[in-house]
Design a protein around this ligand. Structure first.
Ligand code: HEC
Length: 171
């Protein structure tokens, strides 16, 4: 059993460490983002979404050897169901991330060259698909039927390439 002195010393040391952490925490804490910072962050996201739109509609020649692009079979990213991933896909026989499914469709229906899963272009593929599916429910059997075009604040999907959307500060 510890003596009272030892316990007291430990308590003092413990409180000092806690106080030091609190003080450090106060130094590390940063103020909330300014409207300008939020606008920059939104603009960066929309830039990636717009790049994803381009890629989804044939911007990279090496993603296809038969002229097909994602948008031909998945208009407005319909039936891509990004929000349901990671999930089990029978062609792999295991649970895979959305990125791998993107590569499956590049290599199979489009007979193209897979993207580096860590590349900015793959992030853009995700950004576009996930952006259009924000707030979309995950329902049983979702992968088995064609989803209707996703309604976003800028209209129904992106009929045209989105431009100049990074100006507001909405999350
Ligand atoms: C020729 C039509 C065709 C093209 C082009 C195509 N896909 Fe697909 N895609 C399919 C079919 C068919 C499936 C269903 C495969 C299955 O589950 O057996 C599918 C499934 C998917 C899924 C999984 C959906 C889910 O809920 O399981 C994703 C993600 C996807 N495609 C993304 C893409 C992307 C990204 C591209 C472009 C690189 C693309 N697809 C191009 C036909 C196509």
């Amino acid at each position: 059993m510890m003596s009272n002195t030892t316990m007291k010393t430990e308590w003092v040391v413990g409180m000092s460490v806690a106080a030091a952490l609190l003080a450090a925490g106060a130094t590390w804490a940063r103020p909330p983002f300014t409207p300008e910072e939020l606008a920059e962050q939104k603009a960066a996201l929309i830039e990636s979404v717009a790049r994803g739109y381009d890629l989804w509609h044939g911007a990279r020649a090496d993603m296809t050897t038969n002229g097909l692009a994602c948008g031909n079979c998945h208009p407005d990213t319909a039936a891509a169901n990004p929000q349901t991933f990671p999930k089990y896909m029978t062609m792999y026989g295991k649970v895979i991330p959305f990125r791998e499914m993107v590569n499956w469709c590049i290599e199979n229906p489009q007979a193209g060259a897979r993207l580096d899963v860590n590349s900015d272009d793959m992030v853009a593929m995700e950004a576009y698909a996930y952006y259009l599916h924000r707030g979309k429910e995950i329902t049983p059997g979702l992968a088995a039927y064609q989803t209707t075009p996703i309604v976003v604040e800028y209209g129904t999907g992106f009929a045209r390439k989105p431009t100049g959307l990074g100006v507001d500060t909405k999350p």
